[in-house]
Design a protein around this ligand. Structure first.
Ligand SMILES: C[S@@+](CC[C@H](N)C(=O)[O-])C[C@H]1O[C@@H](n2cnc3c(N)ncnc32)[C@H](O)[C@@H]1O
Length: 426
């Protein structure tokens, strides 16, 4: 395949391959180190325990549109699928107020559920719209050809440049800035919104790959050698892949509804709707600050990352100060209180989060949040504590620190807390 021609669009598939799923073990089947993890976190004796392990390779986990954009800190899609299967029926409403790349929305729609997703970042709302919207092959091919023609002609107006970066030259070669600017300018005139957003997502996904920043890590480090002066071949390759994935989505949603909002999870949104299931996977304490991790992409979307930062949960990324956990817990407790109000009676909140070790000192973030929830009198009952056998998140975190697991100084244990909103007694 040449880089400026679209590949044949296969029929694709939206359902996960048979090897992908979640293996569940009951408390009695946990290993001694797993028990130790739970006991260290002070989570071993407060509710029934399970361990969940996601099966399938990274490639297999990229079924449907899950491979669109590399979103650092995304959770494995089978986790959402498992929760949706266990706690909802077809036609129920699901909420994810910190959607990230929209994994919950893709799964919920595929399973015939209605879904509301929110995030403070406009990158997230863009990604989620693209990952849930069918675009016919003929439409994306036409748009791509038009963009290719414009990129190949002399520019007549000043080219767009990144917004809100202190020093764009630190992260991009001057030739790359010009090359990205040409593609960005060529996308602008597209009038069909889903097609334009598909092009923008391929463009956004190109940004980090051609920059001077490392691509394997969430955190931005310089790796000047990998910078690419010409962004066009990478854009073509991304566009090919994403156009193929969205062409395989169903043309119509067959009665299921999707609402995507740019909103702080601590607010309740405008809808009076009540949800059967809320899934939330907040930033981890001292792990990623999403507005920073995605600052290059946001800059090329025309959004200063500091504006997004102002609404984010205070997660102390990079500072590594244990005392900052209080602010983090406060923010998360407010988000949980807002979610709890939006649940229907008998509805379930699945909260995925982790603990941290900073300079050999264990910080029981999860336990502290549980105490804050209790003190705030939230109407939630903790029904189950799930230990998520760490694989993907931990591996990418260790990679992001450019050190080996034992030297990293910060480690993560993943938990999924399952709460129910009890019915009021009559
Ligand atoms: C761990 S990621 C979620 C990843 C998601 N589960 C996925 O599979 O892609 C956390 C998300 O929370 C968002 N976030 C941070 N603070 C927020 C807030 N106050 N309200 C809503 N979203 C927030 C970040 O922008 C980020 O996209």
């Amino acid at each position: 395949m040449t880089t400026n021609q679209l590949a044949f669009f296969g029929t694709g598939r939206t359902a996960p391959p048979a090897t992908v799923g979640v293996e569940v073990r009951a408390a009695g089947d946990l290993s001694a180190p797993e028990r130790q993890l739970l006991s260290q976190a002070h989570l071993d004796d407060i509710a029934p325990i399970e361990a969940w392990k996601v099966t399938g390779t990274n490639k297999q986990l990229s079924y449907s549109t899950h491979g669109v954009f590399r979103f650092f800190g995304k959770f494995p899609p089978p986790i959402a699928r498992h929760l949706i299967t266990e706690f909802t029926e077809r036609g129920d409403w699901v909420l994810d107020p910190m959607m990230g790349s929209g994994t919950t929305a893709v799964e919920a729609l595929d399973m015939g559920r209605n879904v509301v997703v929110r995030d403070v970042s406009p990158l997230s709302t863009l990604l989620c719209r693209v990952k849930t919207t069918h675009v016919a092959e003929t439409d994306s091919r036409r748009a791509f050809d038009r963009v290719a023609k414009l990129v190949g002609s002399p520019a007549t107006t000043p080219l767009p440049t990144p917004i809100g970066l202190r020093n764009a030259a630190h992260w991009f070669l001057p030739e790359t800035i010009a090359s990205l600017g040409r593609i960005r300018a060529a996308i602008e005139p597209e009038s069909d919104t889903p097609v334009r957003e598909l092009l923008l997502t391929a463009f956004t996904s190109t940004v980090r790959r051609v920059s001077k920043a490392t691509t394997q890590q969430g955190r931005l480090f310089l790796d000047v050698e990998k910078a690419k002066p010409d962004a066009w071949p990478t854009f073509c390759e991304r566009f090919d892949k994403y156009a193929s994935a969205v062409a395989a989505l169903p043309r119509e949603r067959k009665g299921t509804q999707l609402q995507i909002e740019q909103l702080d999870a601590r607010s309740k949104g405008s809808t009076s709707r009540r949800f059967r299931l809320a899934i939330t996977h907040p930033p981890y304490f001292n792990n990623y600050k999403y507005s920073s991790v995605n600052s290059l992409e946001l800059a090329w979307l025309g959004v200063a990352h500091k504006e997004v930062r102002a609404d984010e949960i205070r997660e102390a990324f990079k500072i590594g100060k244990p005392e900052k956990v209080t602010e983090y817990v406060e923010d998360l407790a407010s988000a949980v209180a807002a979610i709890s109000e939006q649940l229907e009676e008998g509805g379930v909140l699945a909260l995925m989060m982790g603990d941290t070790i900073i300079r050999e000192s264990y910080i029981d973030v999860t336990r502290q949040l549980l105490q804050a929830i209790e003190q705030a009198g939230a109407r939630l009952r903790l029904d189950r504590v799930v230990l998520r056998v760490p694989q993907y998140t931990e591996a990418s975190w260790v990679a992001s620190q450019r050190r080996t697991g034992d030297k990293v100084g910060v480690t993560l244990n993943d938990f999924i807390l399952l709460f129910t909103k009890p019915k009021r007694s009559k």
